[in-house]
Design a protein around this ligand. Structure first.
Ligand code: AMP
Ligand code: ZN
Length: 138
């Protein structure tokens, strides 16, 4: 089902043009219009899922399976030194388009891309309590 207000639904059904890298019945892979680096790709499911909480496990599995193929194509074509795969959920995490998608960002030694965080100290007991609580939910 598509969402009439959604820019990625419009891209997926061809209403808005995009630089299409690959498409099949489930997904469209496009080049990001404001790339973090050369070759920055977006993998977009054709169906409108807002985020990771909405997408079903089968489609999510296919999404990551396709990511392995796009990653290999990027590495072969661009000879990138590395590759980040990023998927943002919620404004707090930087999601700006509310249609789930995967970013594939080729990385080059010395580039100016920042995909990082400040590591905090951890406490063994807190880690094990939290792991136990989460385990119960999976
Ligand atoms: P996110 O912040 O994870 O929601 O990522 C949304 C991404 O979509 C950003 O990297 C945008 O540059 C990209 N984007 C937005 N509009 C378009 C468009 N029309 N074509 C290609 N990429 C787009
Ligand atoms: Zn959509």
């Amino acid at each position: 089902m598509s969402n009439q207000e959604c820019i990625f639904c419009k891209i997926a059904n061809g209403e808005i043009p995009s630089s299409t890298v690959y498409e099949n019945s489930d997904f469209k892979v496009i080049l990001d219009i404001a790339p973090a680096a050369k070759g920055h790709c977006l993998i977009i499911p054709r169906e409108h899922f807002k985020d990771i909480y909405e997408i079903d496990a089968d489609t999510a599995g296919k999404l990551f399976s396709l990511a392995t193929e796009v990653a290999r194509a990027l590495k072969q074509e661009l000879q990138c030194d590395g590759l980040n795969i990023i998927q943002n959920n919620g404004a707090a995490a930087g999601q700006t388009v509310n249609h789930v998608h995967l970013h594939l960002i080729p990385r080059f030694e010395g580039d100016d891309v920042t995909v990082t965080w400040n590591p905090k100290e951890s406490n063994g007991q807190e880690l094990s309590e939290l792991a136990k609580a989460l385990r119960k939910r999976i």
